[in-house]
Write a protein that binds this ligand. Structure first.
Ligand SMILES: *[C@@H]1O[C@H](CO)[C@@H](O)[C@H](O)[C@H]1NC(C)=O
Ligand SMILES: *[C@@H]1O[C@H](CO)[C@@H](O)[C@H](O)[C@H]1NC(C)=O
Length: 282
């Protein structure tokens, strides 16, 4: 091939580009690790805008139902080359819990997580109690068993709300006399989107969400059933925050016991020593 000086420059330039492309190609062709290749396509998180509903139909307990916290994510996993099994899903932990039911001057009942309250731990698992560390194992997780030839795309979602019963009467007495005067609740949670390698235990935090539920109900126990409770501010909950920088998962968020099994119902009287009404299950 005969080349004029101008052509030869072009020729070299083309060679250079081909070389550069080859380089990029060879980097591309090296199999990427799961960590490098998993993609979170979309994350949504919200707390429903409806206020907490209060049910006074029972003469024994007041029931209330808070709006739902929801989180969902669309995830893409490119082909997995090796014989690896990964589970991607939601893990939740409780960071803070204030949950008081006041009975006028008699005292208050309080659901407590002693280790969290005393600052011994930063967070406690909110797993369903079966599928540790996962929040659940239906819509909450997806498992990919390698090797896979194609992209795997899926949506995983979770939701949470509170639906407790609170006795109208003092819990440590046999009396049904309605004395419940107010309910105060303030709880914070961290919810992580996580991928865990079932073989090695390698854990990748893909997303971190923080949320809070606050509840204040004032009650006039002298009024007839159905007319006692009033929902106070905040009627609409603060929206969850999807953090720009992920937070590591504390150990206690991954293992037993979960919040349900560790919680204690205390009676804290206006005068005198506190009494354990319901001990922890764990
Ligand atoms: C996120 O919300 C948008 C708007 O409501 C919806 O179209 C989308 O499907 C949601 N994505 C996921 C992963 O839930
Ligand atoms: C979820 O966990 C329960 C309890 O361990 C188990 O019986 C059930 O088969 C699991 N379901 C799925 C879809 O993995």
């Amino acid at each position: 091939m005969l080349l004029s000086p101008a052509d030869s420059k072009t020729f070299l330039w083309i060679l250079f580009i081909f070389n550069a492309m080859g380089c990029i190609q060879s980097i591309r062709c090296k199999p990427k690790s799961f960590r490098e290749s998993i993609i979170v396509l979309e994350v949504n998180s919200s707390i429903d805008s409806n206020p907490t509903s209060i049910d006074e139909s029972s003469g024994v307990v007041l029931r209330y139902r808070t709006p739902h916290f929801r989180a969902s994510a669309r995830v893409l996993v490119p082909p997995v080359a090796g014989k690896e099994t990964w589970t991607v899903g939601w893990i939740q932990a409780c960071n803070h819990m204030e949950f008081y039911n006041n009975y006028g001057t008699k005292g208050m009942s309080s659901w407590e997580l002693p280790d969290l309250r005393e600052g011994k731990i930063q967070a406690i698992s909110d797993s369903d109690g079966v599928n540790y560390p996962w929040y659940g194992n239906t819509t909450e997780t997806c498992t990919i068993v390698g090797p896979t030839k194609k992209d795997t795309k899926f949506t995983i979602s979770m939701n949470d709300n509170f639906y407790p019963s609170v006795t109208w009467g003092v819990p440590v007495s046999d009396s049904n006399l309605p004395l419940l005067s107010s309910i105060w609740r303030d709880q914070s949670f961290t919810t992580w989107l996580v991928a865990i390698n079932q073989g090695s235990g390698e854990t990748l935090v893909l997303q971190t969400v923080r949320w809070r539920m606050q509840l204040h109900i004032v009650i006039d126990p002298d009024k007839p059933l159905g007319q006692r409770a009033t929902l106070m501010e905040p009627v609409i909950q603060e929206q969850p925050q999807i953090l720009g920088k992920n937070e590591p998962i504390p150990t206690n968020a991954m293992v037993k016991p979960n919040a349900n099994d560790a919680q204690v119902l205390m009676w804290r009287p206006g005068v005198g020593e506190p009494i354990v009404v319901i001990p922890p299950k764990y």
